[in-house]
Design a protein around this ligand. Structure first.
Ligand code: ADP
Ligand code: MG
Length: 424
């Protein structure tokens, strides 16, 4: 009486609305498609936070003219053919549902020139139906334009947030891929204004510096299970954590919180992992973002290790800030200053203040610590000094002496190399 089955047409709209919820979802899918097509340059443009217009243009392989109206069909993909293919995926996409979903809930224009062709094809799609087809002159590659997302799905349209919120979601997604793929030239334009123009670079640290405006240091680790590259901003800025598995941005709550703690809440931390396919389950979340990682503990330990922290698992529960690579003593200047390399920095320690602080930590009062530091200053052996530096750097706040004077001055090695005209 009251129960009836929804017509096919409505069912499809609803399921499309589940795959694509907002402009950022479109941008994510379109950028992934461009990267899957081996693009070296991807240009993202949005108007009104993507609610009015989204364009993703690439210089990838293009879509074959005979395929162009197939790509908007459900389960249309060139990326897998069989169930076996699923277990060794090299591409971001494989479900063949992104373009069909977006096409159903928007007005879409796809223009593409396949790399073996000398002309491109262009189709106009409305609500999933091809309205127009033509041949066009264009460079090799693909451009997908999405106008008026959810124009035919008012219930979804209502759930879109303000222009500012939708724009920041798009920026967030864009940044993830910009970090994941420093080898690709990525641009983001919003309401005609260029927000990011990131030329391709070899070293991910350069990409990160371009994006965040501060230098980054790298820590790495490799064993039979994982290849890990960890990047940390040298200066404290707005704290952010980004994690990737096999160049795919992922979210894993434990991992994120752990990285946040270990890196400090004001640093930008990027944790990029290469794991064997069996070690990650991307299917926990339909949007492939929340992933389950097998042997997660082992991974967290590896992260703690490269940042030279004790590796016991109980440590995972303790909130601690900062990490400190071990100091390597390079020399002593005028019996006064110890020069040591710590990670990517050259440190200049005031030996007197160092001793004062260590004596103070050993339980002495300020003035005794100071007197003792005076006595022992000149007679320190290098080996002894090395040990003392290590002890100091293990403190959570090694920066100051008991009187509050700075114990060391440090210079980023990258800056020195830059002065010498070398890359670091
Ligand atoms: P999937 O990425 O899961 O295969 P999509 O719906 O995202 O599914 O895309 C469908 C197909 O359209 C892809 O498999 C690919 O063949 C083609 N395609 C989509 N975008 C591009 C692009 N930017 N360049 C080349 N081919 C594309
Ligand atoms: Mg795709």
């Amino acid at each position: 009486m009251f129960v009836h089955l929804l017509p096919e047409e409505i069912r499809r709209l609803i399921s499309a609305g589940e795959v694509i919820e907002n402009p950022a979802d479109c941008v994510k899918e379109l950028v992934e498609n461009s990267l899957d097509a081996q693009a070296k340059r991807v240009e993202v443009e949005i108007v009104k936070g993507g609610k009015r217009y989204i364009s993703v243009k690439d210089d990838g392989l293009g879509i074959h003219p005979e395929d162009i109206d197939k790509v908007i069909l459900e389960h249309a993909t060139s990326k897998i053919r069989s169930v076996e293919d699923l277990s060794h995926l090299q591409t971001y996409g494989f479900r063949g549902e992104a373009l069909s979903s977006i096409a159903k809930v928007s007005r879409m224009v796809i223009s593409s020139r396949f790399y073996t062709e000398d002309k491109g094809r262009n189709i106009k799609v409305e609500g999933g139906i091809v309205k127009e087809k033509k041949t066009v002159g264009m460079p090799v590659g693909t451009r997908v334009e999405v106008f008026d997302l959810f124009y035919n799905l008012p219930a979804r349209l209502k759930f879109l947030r303000s222009e500012d919120t939708e724009r920041s979601r798009v920026i967030k997604i864009f940044k993830e891929y910009a970090i994941a793929r420093p080898d690709v030239h990525l641009l983001l334009v919003s309401n005609g204004k260029e927000l990011y123009n990131l030329p391709p670079v070899e070293d991910p640290r350069q990409r990160l510096s371009h994006m965040f405006g501060v230098p980054f240091e790298e820590f790495s680790h490799e064993d039979t299970f994982v290849r890990l590259r960890f990047f940390l901003s040298v200066h404290s800025i707005k704290g952010e954590v980004h994690t990737f598995v096999n160049s795919r941005p992922i979210y894993n709550k434990n991992l994120n919180e752990f990285v946040r703690k270990i890196a400090g809440y004001k640093k930008v931390a990027v944790c990029s992992m290469e794991l064997p396919p069996y070690a990650v389950d991307f299917n926990v979340h339909p949007k492939k973002r929340e992933v389950k990682i097998y042997r997660e503990r082992k991974l967290l330990q590896a992260i703690a290790n490269i940042l030279r922290k004790p590796t016991s698992v109980s440590l995972l529960k303790q909130p601690f800030e900062g990490y400190r690579p071990e100091p390597v003593l390079m020399g002593i200047l005028d019996d006064t200053v110890a020069i040591a390399r710590v990670g990517d920095f050259l440190y200049f320690f005031d030996i007197h203040l160092l001793l004062e602080r260590l004596n103070y930590e050993a339980g002495m009062d300020e003035s005794r610590a100071c007197r003792l530091a005076h006595k022992s200053g000149g007679m320190l052996e290098k080996e002894e000094l090395s040990k003392l530096l290590k002890t100091l750097m293990d403190f959570s706040n090694p920066e100051v002496c008991p009187h509050g004077r700075p114990i060391y001055y440090k210079i980023y090695l990258g800056d020195i190399y830059k002065k010498l005209g070398r890359s670091f």
